[in-house]
Design a protein around this ligand. Structure first.
Ligand code: BG6
Ligand code: MG
Length: 215
């Protein structure tokens, strides 16, 4: 296949925000008296805010009204925004900028497919917003990863057919979403935890343009 676009996830792929989502969910779970650890959090990577809250509530055998769910989601998000308040271009993972530059020089489009409603803010703070050819708006996505919707929205916005797109993800739900979108999946993380990707790398810095052209 000839690669015409690379569509990146944000949290945990381009920057270290995945850990702050975990801290904020962990604080909320602690307050609710629900056990929640990093192993549980693997299930929540890539999952949207409501889906994540419901996963935690279900683990604790708790069911709430939608008004209470909204209140807890607001609390979590306020805490998350406080935790990422310090973010600057220094928080961009090493290797992202050289890879973006190489993609641009090769005429390969760059997209973003994050489940986060804070994604536009985060990429702005990282100083890379203008480098995306298209950013899928999570506010317009109904079905969270592992549904392919956000990746398909990104491909449409880029004007590139899914078979010519590569998706890059750190979440199991995200890898599944890429595969279900009919794209090629590349994973960032631990091969013992993540399945279903064509290639797996420890971090973005390990990915070369040649790798992407040969997927
Ligand atoms: C994903 C993260 O990118 O975005 C999840 O992996 C997070 O951990 C989800 O819950 C939704 O983010 P937000 O910022 O809209 O609450
Ligand atoms: Mg992620």
């Amino acid at each position: 296949m000839s690669c015409r676009a690379v569509i990146f996830d944000l949290d945990g792929v381009l920057t270290d925000t995945a850990i702050y989502h975990f801290y904020a969910w962990k604080a909320l779970a602690d307050k609710l008296g629900i056990a929640f650890d990093e192993h549980d959090n693997e299930q929540l990577k890539g999952v949207d805010r409501l889906g994540s809250l419901r996963w935690i509530l279900q683990k604790g055998g708790v069911s709430l009204s939608s008004a209470d769910e909204s209140r807890l989601m607001q609390q979590k998000n306020a805490h998350y925004l406080q935790l990422i308040d310090h973010i600057t271009p220094d928080n961009l993972y090493p290797g992202v900028q050289p890879l973006f530059t190489a993609l641009r020089q090769s005429g390969i489009k760059i997209g973003l497919a994050s489940a986060s409603k804070n994604a536009a803010f985060v990429v702005e703070r990282l100083g890379i917003a203008a480098q995306f050819d298209y950013i899928a708006d999570a506010n317009k996505v109904i079905n969270s990863k592992p549904d392919p919707e956000v990746f398909l929205l990104a491909a449409k916005g880029l004007g590139v057919a899914p078979p010519h797109c590569i998706g890059v993800e750190d979440a199991q739900a995200g890898i599944e979403a890429i595969n279900r979108a009919g794209m090629k999946a590349i994973a960032i993380g631990d091969a013992a935890v993540l399945n279903g990707a064509l290639k797996i790398y420890p971090d973005v810095a390990a990915i070369t343009l040649t790798d992407l052209l040969n997927v």
